[in-house]
Design a protein around this ligand. Structure first.
Ligand SMILES: Cc1ncc(COP(=O)(O)O)c(C=O)c1O
Length: 391
């Protein structure tokens, strides 16, 4: 066998399991409607929840930054790439999160894989929710700490693991704030209380809550009535903010430690100024426009009513993420393809992104969806239901 035979074997295995993914090409801005592989569709799979990626003020801020600063950062932040736009962004994040300090990374993925190994290492215990994002899982692997998985949002299970954890040097609890594939909200009040009782650190990944939940879009921690230095809040600028980058907010000392030890911060180039400027303007709009969040959550409620009315099974979710459970991998792919022919794009999500047997469509609302978009979505989902289930 040569190397390409091995690769062929791996691809065939994925194909036979219905898990071979292909890239689709988007040839329009990431708005409420897009052109994807030459199909003009209503977009029901975007993380650009508030529509800020295409907001005229955000686009104009990015264009101006290109004129002033050029396009690349030229080096890592510790050497030459720490443009002044970072200072504004990190101060704004700390104000919103009500923490002493914040640090921006190149992406949410880079943030999680960098922060976790700084917080925990050999001899420590990480307690991680069963449905935490892949970047958390990878961060845990890199940390070399012992990892124990608690059942999804099961506070009693978490408590029982903490009760047995006295032999470890440090304990770190990690949870998504809003779960990326299920759309439900972690019971943060209870988890925070446990972290206090058992002297554990708590890291909340708020990729999908930031900009959506809480006053000014502060996120899940604030939505759950918590705040302050005792919770390490991580998030991303690539979803509701509509740009790119990850961040962590917490105490000043935490940030100092990360600047010195987080490998995904130290050994990579800073973000392009264009992105930082876009993020600064987007956060300004996000935090001062409550109507965007209101419209997003209203559109999500409308979509939930429509989908359940047709007969689809959705998981209980309080957010803009609506998991339409189909179970079988092939069926999820089939339905996603059939929807495209009805001018609707709702991506199929399959293992390993979700547990075996829970393949789904991940439908996401946007604040910028119009009544017409929602009508097109309703017609498409209804027609596909008839074709597949009422034959
Ligand atoms: C919960 C969660 N954390 C982290 C990330 C990674 O963020 P980014 O896309 O900015 O790398 C994602 C992205 O999907 C996510 O859903």
């Amino acid at each position: 066998m040569n190397v390409y035979d091995w690769i062929q074997t791996d691809c065939t295995e994925l194909e036979e399991a219905g898990l071979l993914r292909h890239l689709r090409t988007v040839s329009s801005p990431p708005a409420n409607t897009v052109t994807i592989d030459d199909n003009y569709v209503v977009m029901l799979g975007s993380n650009n929840y508030l529509g800020l990626s295409t907001h005229p003020s955000v686009v104009s801020a990015a264009a101006s930054a290109a004129t002033v600063y050029g396009v690349g950062a030229s080096g890592s932040r510790l050497l030459t790439g720490n443009t002044e736009l970072y200072t504004t962004l990190e101060n704004t994040l700390s104000d919103l999160k009500r923490t002493e300090a914040s640090l921006v990374f190149s992406s949410g993925y880079a943030a999680n894989t960098s922060i976790i190994p700084v917080l925990a290492g050999e001899g420590d215990l990480i307690l991680s929710d069963a449905l935490n994002h892949a970047s958390i899982i990878d961060g845990c692997r890199l940390s070399r700490a012992t990892k124990q998985i608690y059942r999804h949002c099961d506070v009693e299970h978490l408590k029982s693991l903490l009760q047995e954890s006295s032999g470890f040097r440090r304990r770190l609890i990690i949870t998504d704030g809003v779960f990326s594939m299920d759309g439900d909200i972690a019971p943060l009040q209870d988890i925070f209380q446990l972290s206090k009782t058992y002297d554990a650190m708590l890291l909340v990944d708020d990729a999908h809550g930031f900009g959506v939940l809480g006053e000014k879009g502060r996120g899940t921690v604030s939505h759950c009535g918590l705040e302050g230095e005792d919770i390490i809040q991580m998030g991303t600028l690539s979803k509701a903010v509509g740009a790119l980058g990850g961040y962590v907010s917490g105490s000043r000392q935490l940030i100092e430690l990360l600047i010195n030890k987080a490998r995904g911060f130290i050994f990579t180039t800073g973000l392009p100024p264009v992105v930082l400027s876009a993020a600064n303007t987007a956060i300004e709009i996000m935090s001062s426009t409550p109507s965007l969040r209101k419209q997003l959550l209203k559109n999500a409620e409308d979509m939930k009513t429509i989908l359940t009315g047709i007969g689809y099974t959705i998981l209980p979710t309080q957010t803009q993420i609506i998991p339409v459970i189909l179970g079988d991998t092939q069926r999820a792919t089939e339905i996603a393809e059939a929807l495209i022919t009805e001018d609707v794009y709702a991506p199929a999500i399959r293992p390993p992104a979700v547990p075996e047997g829970t393949s789904r469509l991940r439908v996401t609302a946007m604040a910028t969806h119009t009544d017409l978009d929602i009508q097109v979505a309703e017609n498409g989902f209804a027609k596909v239901w008839k074709q597949l289930y009422e034959k």
